[in-house]
Structure formats: structure tokens, C-alpha cells
Design a protein around this ligand. Sequence first.
Ligand SMILES: Cc1cc2nc3c(=O)[nH]c(=O)nc-3n(C[C@H](O)[C@H](O)[C@H](O)COP(=O)(O)O)c2cc1C
Length: 164
Amino acid sequence: MQAPSGGNEQPWHWIVITDPGLRAQVGEYYRRSTESYLAASEPADEAGMRIRDSAAYLGEHMGDVPVLVLGCITVAAPRMMDGNQAGLWGSLLPAAWSYMLACRSRGLGTAWTTLHLRYEGEVAELLGLPGNVRQGVLIPTAYYTGETFRPAVRRTLPIHENRW
Ligand SMILES: Cc1cc2nc3c(=O)[nH]c(=O)nc-3n(C[C@H](O)[C@H](O)[C@H](O)COP(=O)(O)O)c2cc1C
């Protein structure tokens, strides 16, 4: 709730999907999309292989996750505007990340996913979303088991002083 949004309009909507039948149907769209994604990608190294395995596992199990949180945003027109969309998505995505951090502090695990968006229209119909609502992120949420968390490996921060 404390995340920023353009004009403080808070245009976000959260669909909390708990119904097993709906989860299974969203999960099936996610599975299909993951299948095509994995068929088109070739991991370059060991770390890439682990991410691929993790994505493949989630692809098979998205529908089994007890709570799927779908972060949505209301838009002026159903057709996405041309040009830079940072102002639009910047009014949803920080709140989604806040949700994930809040979950973590309460013993819940989450993952940022978007692969289901290949079937955004089908999922919108399934969940009865109005035409002026677009989807930005699907966040599976569940209590995690194990405590083996550690900082993720990231590239060094590409800061450019004054100019590129
Ligand atoms: C915009 C965006 C979309 C993503 N979509 C997916 C996705 O659909 N499925 C998936 O398994 N991972 C997806 N990821 C990657 C995972 O959220 C995660 O970052 C990745 O598995 C690496 O794990 P780590 O962040 O713990 O290092 C996405 C990440 C971002 C930022």
C-alpha cells in the first residue's frame, strides 16, 4: 500500500486466486507458455541450467500453488500505448515487489513471473477482468520449506557517472 504510483492514483488491482479450478486453468496456460519458452532457450552455463530447471519445475506446478496473486493495472484504453511505458508499469510493479518483500518477512515465498502473459486474453476472460485492465505480474505465493536462502548472484552494478 505504501508503494509509489503516478499521481498517487494507485491504479493497481490484485486478483488473489485461491479457487483450485481457476488455479489449475491459469496453471495450464502458464505450463504451455513455459514449454514454448524452454524449447526456444539454451542455457549458457551452470547457473543458467539451474534457472532453467527451476522455471521448468514451476511450469509444471504453477496450478498447485495455493495462492496466485495477479497484479493488474487499469489503463486508459485496452490497446497498449506506443512509446515508453515506464510511467504506466512504474505505477504497478513497485507495489508488486513490496508485496513480495512483505511475504518474505512473514515466512511466505514468492516468485516474479510473466510467462502466462502469452495467454493474457484467455486469463482475462477466465477471471472476468474488464477490458481496461492489463496484467503485469503473476506471483505464486506459498509457505516455503527450508531456510537455505542466500544472496543471489548478480552482475556488478553498471553505474555511469555523468555520462554513459
Ligand atoms: C519481469 C520478469 C519476468 C519474469 N518472468 C518469469 C517467469 O515467467 N517464470 C520464471 O520462472 N521466472 C521469471 N522471472 C525470473 C524469476 O523471477 C527469478 O528472477 C529468476 O528465477 C532468478 O531467481 P533469483 O531472482 O532468485 O536469482 C522473471 C523475472 C522478471 C524480473
